[in-house]
Design a binder for this molecule. Structure first.
Ligand SMILES: [Zn+2]
Length: 421
């Protein structure tokens, strides 16, 4: 079976790692930054050199289109993102772009016949690390196909007014309007011109490495709910208020947090993950007893019944009065488990099997553009192992051999789609 070129893949990984090099082994490449522009320019130049036509849409998503033999057919697209978090790695997102480019280069070099146009695509602002939220542009672009509980989070006016978190000055819209690769609405990914979408990505977790597998055949992106638990107490002087008269919101919240974890753990549910990663304390002054404490809880699981059971536990704290404080809970947002197209999942599975790559079915715990695209057109994802399960850090690493296997699996899954979908 035809394979992608490992040296060409290495060359692309090395070159992209120079755009936003943080000199610590990783990169900082925010969406719509100078570094993002450099990465896009390299993508454009390299894709045009093999005869692909490169166009951009009004969200600055980029598309390199390699013409198929029959212009009546819809296009097959392989997409990921090239922006990163602060001090992110050289693989998250960009490896999917590199694999897509490599598939086009292999098709061209090996003269592989294909009926459909095959497209390598870059999504703008997946990470949302400078202009929150994450998965912003695919959220806007796919909005009318999304369920209402998700769509309502991606209102264009609100997204466009998202401000640069570093300076709090430039909005996403202002940065987009100035960006070199802002193009036209008519070029947007859409279900009339596009048949299917693939996203190759690193796993960002330890499952493939632990099991010794080369390829993850992704079946779904896990459903998630995000709640706030808010405790209202009373601000007072740290030196003059005796302990027994205090209504300390943070102390009360910490007691609730321990009880919450105990109750959720008592459910003993496999594969359930939940995280309290963000906290807000007011007034957050070292001489004042906290009057307000809020912690977020992010819960992920494939089964909505399980998510509901955890939500019930969270909500059981709502209205509770403890140590003179009042507890409230609030749903911030929720997403259903997104199942990928079973026919495309099968193409990935049979490609990996035929290539002799050790593989397994896997679920994605992280969110991706593919999850929103899947509401619009048949979509799926393919994972490669992440060393030590690390991601969003300088140490993020996927071996060249695994990158090569990821690109080659993608190539064959696309060719099967071209033939049989
Ligand atoms: Zn990513």
């Amino acid at each position: 079976m035809i394979k992608c070129d490992i040296n060409r893949i290495e060359d692309k990984i090395k070159t992209f790692s120079t755009f936003g090099d943080d000199k610590n082994g990783g990169i900082t490449r925010y969406a719509l930054s100078k570094e993002d522009e450099l990465a896009r320019t390299y993508f454009k130049t390299r894709m045009e050199s093999i005869g692909a036509e490169v166009v951009f849409d009004d969200y600055a998503n980029m598309y390199a289109i390699l013409k198929g033999s029959d212009s009546l057919h819809k296009k097959i697209v392989m997409a990921s993102h090239c922006d990163s978090v602060l001090n992110g790695g050289n693989y998250d997102g960009i490896l999917g772009v590199i694999c897509a480019m490599e598939v086009l280069e292999t098709i061209k070099k090996e003269n592989i016949p294909h009926k459909h146009d095959v497209v390598a695509m870059i999504w703008t602002n997946e990470e949302g690390s400078l202009y929150p939220p994450a998965i912003m542009v695919s959220g806007m672009l796919c909005k009318k196909y999304l369920p209402e509980n998700i769509a309502s989070n991606y209102d264009e006016d609100k997204m466009f007014s998202s401000k640069d978190i570093l300076t709090n000055k430039t909005t996403f819209k202002e940065a987009l309007d100035k960006f070199k690769y802002k193009g036209e609405y008519k070029n947007r990914l859409n279900p009339h011109d596009y048949l299917a979408m693939f996203e190759a990505h690193i796993e960002q977790g330890p499952i493939l490495e632990t099991s010794g597998n080369d390829i993850g055949v992704v079946r779904c992106v896990l459903g998630m709910v995000n709640y706030s638990i808010i405790v209202e107490g009373q601000a007072n002087h740290a030196g003059t208020t005796p302990m027994k008269y205090r209504k300390d919101a943070l102390l009360t919240l910490s007691k609730i947090l321990v009880e919450l974890h105990n109750k959720i753990d008592e459910l003993k549910i496999d594969d359930l993950v939940y995280t309290n990663g963000q906290i807000c304390v007011k007034p957050n002054v070292h001489t004042v007893i906290p009057s307000y404490a809020e912690i977020m809880i992010d819960v992920r699981h494939i089964d909505h019944v399980v998510l509901k059971r955890v939500a019930d536990i969270i909500n059981s704290f709502d209205g509770l009065k403890l140590d003179g404080c009042l507890v409230k809970t609030k749903l911030n947002w929720s997403r259903d488990t997104t199942y990928f197209d079973p026919r495309l999942v099968n193409f990935v599975k049979s490609s990996a099997d035929e290539l002799g790559y050790k593989n397994q079915f896997i679920n994605s715990g992280a969110g991706h553009d593919a999850q929103f695209a899947s509401y619009m057109l048949p979509t799926t994802m393919i994972f490669a192992p992440s060393k030590n399960g690390r991601s969003h850090c300088d140490e993020e690493y996927t071996s060249l051999d695994h990158c090569h296997k990821l690109a080659t699996t993608l190539l064959h899954a696309v060719l099967k789609t071209d033939k049989d979908f």
